[in-house]
Structure formats: C-alpha cells, structure tokens
Design a protein around this ligand. Structure first.
Ligand SMILES: [Zn+2]
Length: 82
C-alpha cells in the first residue's frame, strides 16, 4: 500500500506522488463498465414467444464473419471484467 496522501497534483489522470488514478478517471471507467455490462445484460436477455420458444430480442450481428468473431471477443472481454 502507498503512503501517498495525494499532495501531488493529478497530471494525465495519475497522482504525481503515487501514480494512483484520479477519482474522475475512476468514475469515467466505472461508467463505461456499467454501460458495457448493461449492454451484455440486454444481449443475454430472453423472451418467450406465444408458442413457448425462448429467443433473444436484442442482438448484434454483422454480415462479415470476422466482425462477428470480434463481437464475440469483445463481449467475452466485457464479461471477464469483475
Ligand atoms: Zn498519490
């Protein structure tokens, strides 16, 4: 743990004393994580048709195969964030 009491000014998002991230940057990162997690929850949400079939009403797709793979990769990365 650091002894820094943050007497150093924040420059480029870091405390010049200990290198800790600035609270504003932490808040921005948290907002991005929350939005990304919300997007995953939307994509994983299911509904049921009248005849009882489950489906995903929200999807992201691409007609380009490698971009579909990228979408899966990004979603996996988001889900790995605690
Ligand atoms: Zn500091």
């Amino acid at each position: 743990m650091s002894e820094c009491k943050h007497t150093g000014f924040y420059s480029n998002a870091h405390c010049s004393g200990c290198g800790e991230w600035a609270p504003t940057i932490i808040a921005e990162l948290q907002a991005v994580v929350d939005a990304a997690k919300g997007l995953v929850a939307l994509l994983e949400g299911t509904e049921e048709t009248d005849d009882g079939r489950e489906f995903h009403p929200v999807t992201i797709s691409s007609c380009r195969v490698h971009k579909t793979a990228l979408i899966a990769e990004y979603l996996k990365a988001i889900k790995e964030v605690k």
